[in-house]
Design a protein around this ligand. Structure first.
Ligand code: UDP
Ligand code: MG
Length: 137
């Protein structure tokens, strides 16, 4: 059993895709173990994406993440990290495999609807960033 953090980014919430994202997770046998909607401050967005602080897109990405509410969730299941990454598709929607969330809905490499932890180490940082242990079912 593995846990990962997924986020419906501000563009995904604006496009009414919260249910669609959850449906795709559940259809693949993944379970939602925690869920909430919130607004990120700029500093919180910078903290969440700290691994990218030297990247040219850091400023723009962290502003985008504050543009509206996001939905954060803990997703649980066998190989949850890899499964969520597969359901998401590649970062750039032009490279994303058909029928992935990003291929179906993302408008560009920044506005790509969804986040998912990329490793056990990332999940171990990202899950407690948003959820305390008593909030995870
Ligand atoms: N991003 C961007 N430009 C890039 C690469 C990434 O704006 O050239 C944004 C995009 O929203 C992406 C996020 O930064 O989802 C984090 O980048 P990462 O490489 O971790 O991609 P992910 O793990 O989300 O596929
Ligand atoms: Mg990433």
């Amino acid at each position: 059993m593995e846990r990962t953090l997924a986020i419906v980014k501000p563009d995904g919430v604006k496009k009414n895709l919260i249910g669609e994202v959850i449906r795709r997770f559940e259809q693949k046998g993944l379970r939602i173990a925690a869920l909430k909607m919130l607004n990120l401050s700029k500093d919180e967005a910078k903290g969440f994406y700290i691994v990218h602080k030297e990247r040219p897109f850091y400023e723009s990405l962290t502003s985008f993440m504050t543009e509206g509410p996001i939905v954060v969730m803990v997703v649980e299941g066998e190989h949850a990290i890899h499964k969520v990454r597969e359901i998401m598709g590649a970062t750039n929607p032009r490279d994303a495999a058909p029928k992935t969330i990003r291929a179906d809905f993302a408008s560009d490499i920044e506005h790509n609807i969804i986040h998912g932890s990329d490793s056990k180490e990332s999940a171990a940082y990202e899950i407690p960033f948003f959820f305390s242990s008593i909030e995870i079912m």
